[in-house]
Design a protein around this ligand. Structure first.
Ligand SMILES: [Zn+2]
Length: 529
């Protein structure tokens, strides 16, 4: 079809409009010299028209190329910008319904740039409690609009009282949430950014009351699989397609690179930012002795490990995923494939039990809404899984296994290169490529509520655990048993982790000089008794 163009289109908008299928309506922000232009735009019949006169006359709508050609003729229309995302006016820094509106009021999935900008806005309003930063960049993608390779900063968000007092921050116990590590599993981010905003706005008082003692760290783990939603990047090798991708820019599965106990499959580019000698030669970045093939292929995994090792005292670690369309369980808790002592196993059991209670309540609400919809319109537009919540290993729940998973690295003891956290991941139903990534507000809203329950209950569980003294803190934590896999007998194509000399700055920094924190009586069996 003939290219559609106008001096009012910016380069990105021009590209997106002309390189998407004819029926694809492009999320568009139009600015006007006066609000009288809204009526002419409305007459074009684009979906989800939203208008504002603050901070200037502007309208959000979705336009096909043919619609945009007509809209460009409106005399008062001044500029057209590609504007994907949840909040129609984020490009104007205007947030009438909150920075991240509830899914049922949103115009789409939260966009990568929208998220960075929205969190920065919240940070400017709450600098004492929210700190965001980026560290490292992803592999990235070719940008067909600019004909340049784009690599994307990996974003981290810290929520804590007096978050800029780094000495106080270091003293707090950390809870780390890695979210949407698989780029087509959006629920972690959709719930995470909204949860951060809700805490800052006083809508999560129980969580807010814990900000003195704890710090919550959110890792936006896969920018590459997020950005492929935009037509200027390929999705699964198809230019112009608008699908989120599971993996990252080099095509690697993003949950296979991390050092685990036992052996790891070399074909997945197992990544270690400390390089061949396993010593941190470069305190601020990826070491020079990291093999070039690893550095170039999976920089995202390297930077995530490098950055998270800077956090001392990570008590709990939750990695939030999604599962396929036909899942019969709403949320799974997937525990680590690891050896547990009795105390840790009971801790994991309690953690899952408290999460399961609230997820079950959300599933009941969702079921009621779906049934009501079915009785009024004859069908439910979104399924309801039979089971609200279940937990076990990935073998118990999903029936497969693998190597190099982030959660199992997080649970490795610090002296073996991990975080020494109690770790697991969560799986959310109706994710991945559900309905071709079409944004279904009701379904996403149910997912947000369920993962909000995971954040909330994980935090409350950590606090309860400390209060009752069931889990030892930092220096007094019961050591995790060493892996039983023999380093001397790796399979073909396998490497052994952790190697004997594996060590981290964090572990060395802590060393024997760290003062012990108040301990607690051990519940259950101690190893060797
Ligand atoms: Zn996943």
């Amino acid at each position: 079809s003939a290219a559609v163009d106008s001096p009012t289109f910016d380069a990105e908008y021009r590209y997106v409009l002309n390189h998407t299928p004819g029926e694809y309506a492009v999320p568009t922000l139009v600015t006007f010299s006066e609000a009288a232009g809204f009526e002419a735009l409305s007459a074009l019949g684009g979906e989800s028209l939203r208008t504002t006169t603050t901070p200037r006359p502007a309208a959000y709508t979705t336009l096909t190329a043919a619609d945009a050609r007509a809209a460009a003729e409106i005399p008062t229309a001044e500029s057209f910008t590609f504007s994907p995302g949840a909040n129609p006016f984020w490009r104007l820094d205007y947030y009438p319904a909150g920075v991240f509106p509830e899914a049922t009021r949103s115009t789409g999935y939260i966009d990568y740039e929208e998220n960075r900008r929205g969190l920065r806005h919240l940070e400017s309003e709450h600098p004492d409690r929210l700190r965001t930063y980026t560290n490292g960049r992803s592999k990235g993608h070719l940008n067909y609009a600019s004909d340049r390779d784009d690599a994307f900063p990996i974003l981290f968000a810290e929520l804590a009282a007096d978050v800029r007092d780094r000495a106080a921050f270091a003293e707090k116990e950390k809870l780390v949430f890695t979210i949407s590590l698989h780029g087509d599993e959006r629920a972690g981010v959709e719930a995470g950014s909204r949860f951060i905003e809700n805490v800052l706005r006083g809508q999560e008082p129980a969580v807010e009351s814990l900000l003195e003692e704890f710090a919550f760290v959110f890792v936006y783990a896969n920018p590459d699989g997020w950005k492929t939603r935009q037509p200027q990047y390929e999705s699964y090798g198809v230019p112009g397609a608008t699908l989120f991708e599971r993996g990252q820019g080099a095509g690697e599965d993003t949950n296979r690179q991390y050092a685990n106990a036992g052996w790891i499959f070399e074909g997945f580019y197992p990544a270690e930012p400390n390089g061949r000698d396993l010593a941190a030669d470069d305190p601020d970045g990826i070491d020079r002795d990291v093999p070039p093939g690893i550095r170039e292929t999976v920089p995202d995994a390297l930077w995530i490990v490098e950055t998270l090792r800077e956090y001392d005292d990570v008590g709990y670690f939750a990695d939030l995923h999604g599962q396929s369309v036909g899942a019969d369980t709403f949320v799974y808790g997937l525990t680590c494939q690891d050896q547990f002592d009795q105390g840790r196993f009971q801790d994991v059991q309690r953690w899952n039990r408290t999460v399961g209670e609230e997820v079950t309540a959300v599933a009941d609400e969702w079921r009621t809404a779906a049934e009501a919809r079915e009785s009024t319109v004859g069908s439910s537009v979104f399924g309801v899984p039979e089971t609200a919540f279940a937990w076990g290993t990935i073998w118990d729940t999903l029936g497969y296994t693998g190597t190099g998973r982030l959660r199992e690295w997080a649970q490795l003891p610090e002296e073996s290169g991990g975080l020494g956290a109690v770790a697991q991941n969560f799986e959310m139903a109706y994710s991945n490529i559900a309905s071709g990534n079409v944004f279904d507000p009701q379904r996403v809203d149910a997912q947000v509520r369920a993962y909000r329950a995971v954040y909330r209950r994980t935090i409350e569980h950590a606090a309860t655990d400390v209060e009752t003294g069931r889990r030892s803190r930092s220096g007094e934590r019961t050591p995790t048993p060493t892996p039983t896999s023999s380093p001397s007998t790796p399979g073909r194509g396998a490497s052994c982790w952790p190697p004997p000399s594996f060590g981290t700055r964090a572990a060395r920094r802590r060393g024997a000089t760290t003062p012990a924190r108040p301990g607690r009586p051990t519940v259950g069996c101690r190893r060797g008794t």
